[in-house]
Ligand binder design. Sequence first.
Ligand code: PMP
Length: 296
Amino acid sequence: FDDRDGAIWMDGALLDWRDAKLHVLSHGLHYASSVFEGERVYSGRIFKSREHTERLHRSAEILGFKIPYDVDAIEDAKQAVIDSMGIVDGYVRPVAWRGSEMMGVSAQQNTIHLAVAAWEWPSYFDPEAKMKGINLDIAKWRRPAPDTAPTNSKAAGLYMIATMSKHDAEARGFHDALMLDYRGYVAEATGANIFFLMDDGRLHTPKPDCFLDGITRRTVIQLAKDNGYEVVERHIRPEDMTRATECFLTGTAAEVTPVGKIGTYGFTPGEMTRTLVDAYEATVRAHATGVAVAAE
Ligand code: PMP
């Protein structure tokens, strides 16, 4: 990924893609003092751009550091990268981390760095697999409790268990993993939130009390309500999945991704999933052309 043409914004300047480097003694690398965002560009514009930038700021503050660029400056940096790369449909990755002045657990004085990269990226999951629903394994790692880790921050450190879980799932032939939380309730996939259509005709989704309350999650809840579905946020036990007929994931990268199987639980992507896949697609496309949409 580091040997490409293009530009990456880093600490205030647009650099050649290959020159966007940091020192090996960066605190962010050794101690995971790093936060990031994942954003989608549709027809040259980022969907919910400010919300992502505000979350980036909050994520850093939760970890105890302040990004030295305000929201407007970061918005400008993201747009500069997209424009210079000529991106139409793509992905944006801002990342902030503590630098290399002090090497040790404490790094109060270390410089805070910010970089923004972007690339063309039409779809996260294989579109063929998307139509029939992806298969998830149940991860052996659990999402930590909110007093064990900063679970409402999009902190790099929290992705250690996500990567291990996804690798385990892929090695066993699955597309992704479902992670339970520290209490054993259904939490989320490794990079996306989860929803179920239950046999009461309502859309159920785990309460985001120990994982990210995704921007896509909130958009899809609104779209479901707009389409006449009742949404229930609650603690969901794995065995409750026997009552679910449809299941899908939501996330900036995943968008609305139908799920066919989680472990031994099977689902059939149906009318509700189709409605929300289409409604989400319409929302992001309408946003890109500047048409106001209620769910935005
Ligand atoms: N959970 C995790 C662990 C994620 O990485 C993401 C993607 N950022 C989400 C949920 C979904 O969040 P969003 O809809 O804001 O992309």
